[in-house]
Design a protein around this ligand. Structure first.
Ligand code: AMP
Length: 519
């Protein structure tokens, strides 16, 4: 029998809401909703969206931040049968124009009043001359149908009856390795199962209150922050990423579990952490190697501290309960589903590496993708359908588990505090600068974000400054998090014997320079 359910995400949420009507479903700085309230409100908004003319299957570009209304809009879209496309509020014309055409987006959901850009005006501008785009919807002003709640429920049920459990529910974006962002279709039953399996591994129940600080419309946000707590009737405590605004809410809401990405590894130093630690039961760390010190300080109130390795393509690895400090600290654990399969292969070929040796992490399982959307990328999969992650890993036999340690990556990207920057995409943009002859973007270590992008350039003789590059990328309307944060001008870029850019040499060079500058 399949582990996957047979309901849509909207129906799964409704069933949990019926079983837990009075419990908090979500709390944020903007307010709170019980399950019954969130369920009823999203029924009426779903009808409001349908009445705008939006039809089941219509993709919706989503550019919103971590706030109460985002969660409301999420379920309302799913109840209307719409397919959210998990773009970031930080994306700009360069990204949105391409993605919204690739999926044939029919609506653009944005937030008013965000810092630095008027996303509402941006969405209207993006909709001009767009072949499929019809509606701009503002998250703080969602269309609410003025009908009786029972009538709204009936309309939602009618819509949901027409959606198969293996239909596409959400599009996530892949960090990927090529210039064009790849779209990952996530389907109703497998996506909900991914979240439920994660909640079960962590032992969450309806009494849990789950803090979430990283962008909620990301895969980790949707799975770990929204669907997973809701799959067991628990409460999502949603905050923005700033610890100074997040911590008071996490403490006041007696948060029992939290996921800290690399940018939040400083959380235990926060003056309110001891108070938070009093209620914390489960803490997940994700995104970069975890030091012994971080394990100790994060768990100082008695919480169980483990690690998560996740990806929008599917596979989740999590520290199993009841395991040794060594396994918890040095590995990201084991797959969350009994049907998940992991193989470590030599890069580029299908030979398995022996246990203990480093190979490319390859995965297959009930919620891991089998193909990208709309593009044929056979090189991303093995001949028997394992997804090649581009991450390097090793199997460690510990406590009777085949636990996985992450050892690096072969894919060419920069992990800037959890946001992935595709090096090739930025390099092509830099090469379009009139004075740039060669360009390479490499990761430079950063204490807070983990990595940031450094551009190595050779030019036609005219010096190019960091500001010149930024002006250039600004003109091309590229998301700011992708802009290089340092530039190194060289006569010619270092190359390997076969003429490929020697990124290892450049990474070593910038790492040495930085440690020389900040000894
Ligand atoms: P995303 O699809 O944006 O969630 O990114 C997935 C990628 O993030 C993985 O393929 C890894 O490269 C990286 N990643 C995720 N979790 C971890 C972790 N715990 N440690 C190191 N890298 C990670």
């Amino acid at each position: 029998m399949s582990l996957l359910g047979t309901r849509t995400i909207a129906d799964e949420f409704h069933a949990v809401a019926l079983a837990n009507p009075d419990r908090d479903a979500v709390v944020a700085a903007q307010g709170r909703r019980s399950y019954a309230e969130l369920d009823a409100e999203t029924d009426r908004i779903a009808v409001g969206l349908a009445d705008l003319g939006l039809r089941p299957g219509d993709p919706v570009i989503v550019q919103v931040t971590n706030r109460l209304e985002t969660v409301v809009a999420w379920y309302a879209m799913l109840k209307a049968g719409l397919v959210p496309v998990a773009t970031l509020a930080a994306h700009r014309g360069h990204e949105i124009a391409q993605i919204s055409r690739a999926v044939g987006a029919r609506a653009h959901l944005v937030e008013a009043g965000t810092r630095g850009i008027d996303l509402v005006a941006f969405a209207h501008e993006q909709g001009r001359d767009h072949p499929t785009m019809h509606h701009v919807v503002v998250v703080d002003d969602l269309p609410v149908a003025d009908i009786d709640p029972d009538e709204a429920r009936k309309r939602v049920e009618e819509i949901q009856r027409g959606i198969e459990p293996d239909a596409i529910a959400v599009f996530q974006l892949s960090g990927g390795t090529t210039g064009v962002p790849k779209l990952i279709p996530r389907h109703h039953a497998e996506y909900w199962y991914n979240a439920r399996a994660y909640a079960d591994v962590l032992g969450w129940t309806a009494d849990d209150r789950v803090g979430h600080l990283i962008p909620v419309i990301h895969n980790a946000g949707v799975v770990c922050g929204v669907h997973a707590p809701h799959s067991v009737g628990a409460c999502l405590v949603l905050t923005d990423h700033d610890l100074d605004t997040a911590m008071p809410l996490l403490v006041a809401e007696r948060t029992t579990s939290v996921l800290f990405g690399h940018v939040h590894y400083r959380a235990p130093e926060h003056p309110l952490y001891d108070q938070l630690a009093e209620t914390l039961r489960v803490v997940l760390l994700s995104g970069a190697k975890v030091s012994e010190e971080l394990f100790r300080t994060t768990g100082r109130g008695g919480a169980w501290v483990g690690q998560l390795f996740g990806m929008a393509e599917g596979m989740f690895l999590v520290t199993p309960q009841g395991t040794s400090v060594e396994l918890r600290r040095e590995t990201v654990g084991v797959p969350i589903s009994p049907e998940d399969e992991v193989r470590l292969l030599e890069p580029g070929i299908e030979t398995e590496v022996p246990d203990g040796e480093v190979g490319e992490l390859c995965c297959r399982g009930p919620y891991t993708l089998r193909a990208y959307y709309g593009v044929d990328r056979p090189e991303a999969f093995t001949s028997d359908g394992f997804y090649r992650t581009g991450d390097l890993a090793a199997v460690r036999l510990l406590d009777g588990h085949r636990a996985i340690s992450i050892e690096g990556r072969i894919k060419d990207l920069i992990n800037r505090g959890g946001e992935k920057i595709n090096a090739e995409e930025v390099e092509l943009l830099l090469l379009s600068h009139p004075h740039v002859v060669e360009a390479a973007l490499v990761a430079m270590p950063d204490p807070r974000l983990g990595e940031r992008g450094c551009a190595y350039l050779s030019t036609d003789g005219t010096p190019v400054t960091l500001q010149d590059l930024r002006d250039h990328l600004h003109r091309l309307d590229v998301a700011k998090f992708k802009w290089p944060e340092r530039v190194e001008l060289v006569e010619a870029l270092p190359r390997t014997r076969i003429g490929k850019l020697d990124k290892k040499a450049m990474t070593a060079d910038i790492t040495a320079r930085l440690s020389g500058e900040n000894p």
